[in-house]
Each structure stands twice: as structure tokens, then as C-alpha cells.
Ligand binder design. Structure first.
Ligand code: MF3
Ligand code: CO
Length: 265
């Protein structure tokens, strides 16, 4: 539905335009898509090793997503040429798998999406390759925790701004750059649906969270400046100062009793 209202429910003026409410049956498909994404990320995490070209991760992802009876969400999306994004070190998001070779000490963000029964799942993790420096490790942990805080705020009665404020509230006291130019999003029959889910902003604002809403929360945090730029390939987003970056993402459903993580590993 394009008006944020479920068939059979009365019109709700607090629903944001374009926000969809998933039925129980639709949520079952979302769970299945989320499970495919989680299993794919787990496989890739196990395969990640120094010496591996990032292209190899994409090959494994395509094979796994297909074997699980799903299709990759990203391949062909706005012309994107791969099934996953692999963003190494200073790459923030949307790194295109290719010839870059993974090294010991790298931070590697892997973002994967899959479609089942017409519904998308979308999740990302940042993995440390072997022994990484303490500041890199701390960045990864802070970003993972920021996502957890955001998820905890994703309950009925709260608003999108409460998720944003929870993420920002965890990162702000730390001397990191919290990326502002890319945000989380609603997810469902489309990979990107309303509403936007920023990783910053005041609590108590934005669309009301209601059971049946499904969203992807995805904080991106840099060791240096929050500013980013996009490379000439039209996709790869890097930090403006070349500092390393971390990214975690889960697709979640808002339920009566709180958040349900659809892409739980
Ligand atoms: N998680 C990313 C996002 O929501 C993945 C998109 S990659 C793309 O933007 F290639 F599909 F755009
Ligand atoms: Co996403």
C-alpha cells in the first residue's frame, strides 16, 4: 500500500506517506529473506582471509544466495554490478567487489541483500582481518553497539527520531565521524522504501513506529571526519580524509512487543 495503511485498517493520519505495513504472511517472507542474508554473511565471514580478492566474496555470495533459493537484491539495482558490497578500510559503503586483495589488519564491511517471495532482506557487518589495531577494533565495537541501541529504540509508540537519537547518542561522546550523507531505510517489496532512518537527529520526531513496519538501520562510523566522497566508479563511498570506516546493518520488524531482527546472524 502506498498510503501507509493496511487494507481493513482505518486511515491513520500519523502514517508517513509510502510507509508500508506488512501482514503476517508478508512478514514470513521478510523473515525468510533475512535468513538468507544472515546465512550468506556468515558464509562470507568464514571465507574472509588475507590474500583473497574481494571479487571472490561476490562469487561465493552469488552461489550461496542462489543455493538458498533466493535472488541477490543489489545485482542490477540502479545498475549496481555485483551481488554484495565489499568496503575495505577507508571505503565506507557500496564498494564494488573486484581486484582489491584483503590484507591482515584490514576492516572489511560486507553488505548483502536477498529477495524471497518478492521481499527483500538487507544487512551488513564489519569484520576485522586477523589482528587489527586497537583503534580499529574499538571503532568496530562502537558501530556494532550503536546499531544495537538503535534496534532497542525500534518499538511501537517511538518515532524514527528515537532510533536516530539512540544511534547518535552512542557515537557522539566518542571522537568518531558519524556519517550523515547515507541513511537507513524502510524495506519490503522494494529494497529502499520510506521512511528514511538517519543515524543522527533529535528524539521524538519523524514517523511513528507501528507494528508491521520493517526498516533497515545502518550506522556508518569513521575513525576521522564524518565527511565522505564517491569515487569515479559512481558507487564506492570513501572517507574524505582516508580514515577507516565501519558499517553494521540489520533489517528489523516492529512488533507489538518490540523489535524483531529479521537478519539475525
Ligand atoms: N545496504 C545498502 C543500502 O541500503 C546496500 C545497497 S547497495 C546497492 O544502500 F547497490 F544495491 F545500491
Ligand atoms: Co540498507
Amino acid at each position: 500500500m502506498a498510503d501507509g495503511n493496511t487494507p481493513g485498517r482505518v486511515f491513520d493520519p500519523t502514517a508517513a506517506p509510502g510507509v508500508t505495513i506488512k501482514s503476517d504472511r508478508e512478514l514470513r517472507s521478510m523473515r525468510e529473506a533475512g535468513r538468507v542474508v544472515a546465512r550468506t554473511l556468515e558464509l562470507l565471514a568464514g571465507a574472509l582471509a588475507p590474500g583473497l580478492p574481494t571479487r571472490e566474496l561476490d562469487r561465493l555470495a552469488r552461489k550461496e544466495i542462489k543455493a538458498l533459493g533466493a535472488r541477490p537484491s543489489f545485482l542490477g539495482y540502479l545498475g549496481y554490478p555485483a551481488a554484495i558490497c565489499v568496503s575495505v578500510n577507508e571505503e565506507v559503503v557500496h564498494g564494488i567487489p573486484g581486484d582489491r586483495v584483503i590484507k591482515e589488519g584490514d576492516l572489511v564491511s560486507i553488505d548483502a541483500g536477498a529477495i524471497v517471495d518478492g521481499f527483500h532482506g538487507d544487512a551488513a557487518v564489519t569484520l576485522a582481518v586477523g589482528a587489527v589495531t586497537g583503534d580499529r577494533k574499538a571503532l568496530v565495537e562502537a558501530t556494532r553497539t550503536a546499531l544495537e541501541r538503535g534496534i532497542e529504540a525500534a518499538r511501537p509508540g517511538n518515532r524514527i527520531g528515537d532510533i536516530s537519537a539512540a544511534v547518535e547518542g552512542h557515537i557522539r561522546p566518542l571522537a568518531y565521524g558519524l556519517v550523515r550523507e547515507f541513511v537507513g531505510h524502510g524495506i519490503g517489496r522494494k529494497l529502499h522504501e520510506p521512511p528514511s532512518v538517519p543515524n543522527f537527529g533529535p528524539p521524538g520526531e519523524g514517523p511513528l513506529l507501528r507494528p508491521g513496519m520493517t526498516i533497515a538501520i545502518e550506522p556508518m562510523v569513521n575513525l576521522g571526519t564524518w565527511k565522505t566522497k564517491t569515487l569515479d566508479d559512481g558507487w564506492t563511498v570513501v572517507t574524505l580524509d582516508g580514515s577507516v570506516s565501519a558499517h553494521f546493518e540489520h533489517s528489523i520488524a516492529i512488533t507489538e512487543t518490540g523489535p524483531e531482527v529479521l537478519t539475525a546472524l
